[in-house]
Write a protein that binds this ligand. Structure first.
Ligand code: ATP
Length: 372
């Protein structure tokens, strides 16, 4: 949370100490969130972490056990769902099967007896690129098109906040990818706040400008996709967003700007800004694509962290990259992804190699047994 206590000038969606318990079980635990107006925000986390419950409390479909929710400075914690300037798009599109696309989109306006329905619906159909499908019934459209109708139907009510609960979950991978770009474009055009719930890290990173990673009812870390990826603060975030090598290490020294650790007999320096461990034990984390691989004794262009003595135990060619498993002298297998640029030779299984990475690409995380 970025707010100062007592600051009520914030015009976005704000959750303060929001808790939701079901009996003895706490699904959402003292959640603090500030979502600025106009942002594309993603709640990302594994199944059961409390994302949907959080979204449902914002929609008014659940009431918090304690805590408050405000929107544009107004307390909506216990407002009826239809009294909130909020709309939800679900994975099941919930379109009216007997109405055509035009009437599905027009529904909210007709119910509120708005004038100028035709012009607004046409504009909305244009936004979601379904003008030519206006007179078809939902069953005649593809999954991706039906999802765009659901989006148009929600957006036409001009909610301040649009909630998206795994909206692409029912689509196949290729269509999901194109819909992610499409929804991002639409959000950009309409400028409303979108809050998107997903368990798919690639989806959250593709679409959102800010991502909150949830785990067991709390937010582990929040930031831009690059920030979360480059500088995770916990082993959970490091493992949930992409892949990480985590190497057990002992802290030797802390100075003003670096932490020096011993990693199985190898000295490694981690910039203080990337060291998120207080104890004397930690995990050195390094992303597989940040590791350089070379012949043993080769001068690799990454001074500071040269790790000799690895043996290639597996090679997978996956087109854009070659992915190696390298068994290190201390028994651990590290992942190394090498871009297939054609500028470097490939290594064979059984070959002895040297690994290296730039010190400022690594991070240091608190030690916990179950991380690796
Ligand atoms: P998923 O991606 O699987 O939907 P989620 O992160 O959205 O997961 P929630 O649906 O918010 O998770 O559920 C969080 C936890 O709260 C789960 O353990 C779930 O079983 C529990 N829970 C949710 N709703 C209820 C309810 N009405 N009664 C009891 N427990 C509930």
């Amino acid at each position: 949370a970025t707010s100062v206590p007592g600051d009520d000038s914030f015009d976005g969606l704000r959750l303060r100490e929001v808790t939701k318990s079901f009996g003895a079980f706490t699904a959402v635990d003292m959640l603090d969130l500030d979502i600025p107006s106009g942002s594309f925000f993603a709640l990302l986390g594994p199944s059961g972490c409390g994302k949907t419950t959080t979204l449902r409390m914002v929609a008014g479909l659940e009431t918090p056990t304690s805590g408050s929710i405000t929107l544009g400075g107004e307390d909506i914690t216990s407002a009826k769902p239809y009294r909130r300037p909020v709309n939800t798009v679900f994975q099941s599109y919930a379109l009216f099967p007997h109405l055509d696309i035009f009437e599905n989109v027009a529904f909210g306006l007709r119910r509120r007896k708005k004038s100028d329905v035709d012009a607004q619906v046409n504009q909305m159909l244009e936004l979601v690129e379904l003008t030519s499908q206006a007179r078809k019934k939902p069953a005649q459209l593809s999954g991706g098109q039906q999802q765009r109708v659901a989006l148009a139907r929600a957006l036409i009510n001009e909610p301040q906040v649009l909630l998206l609960d795994e909206p692409l979950g029912a689509l196949d991978l290729k269509l999901r990818r194109s819909m992610q770009i499409e929804i991002k474009r639409i959000q950009n055009e309409v400028g409303q706040t979108f809050v998107h719930v997903t368990h798919d890290q690639e989806e959250a990173m593709t679409m959102a400008d800010t991502v909150a990673v949830m785990n067991a009812g709390i937010i582990e870390q929040m930031g831009s996709p690059t920030d979360l990826y480059e500088n995770p603060r916990s082993t959970f975030v490091a493992n949930f967003l992409g892949q990480s090598n985590l190497i057990e290490s002992t802290v030797k020294d802390r100075s003003a700007d670096v932490v020096t650790v011993d990693m199985h007999g190898i000295g490694v320096s981690i910039p203080l800004t990337r060291a998120h461990a207080d104890g004397n034990k930690g995990w050195v984390g390094i992303r597989p694509e940040k590791v350089l691989i070379g012949e043993e004794g080769e001068e690799l262009d990454a001074p500071g962290n040269s790790v000799p003595g690895g043996v290639v135990s597996d090679v997978s060619f996956v087109g854009v990259s070659t992915q190696y498993l390298v068994r290190m002298p201390w028994g651990q297998e590290l992942q190394v992804f090498q871009q297939n640029t054609g500028h470097r030779r490939l290594f064979r299984q059984g070959e002895r190699v040297e690994l290296s990475w730039r010190p400022d690409y690594a991070f240091l995380l608190d030690y916990s047994q179950d991380a690796a």
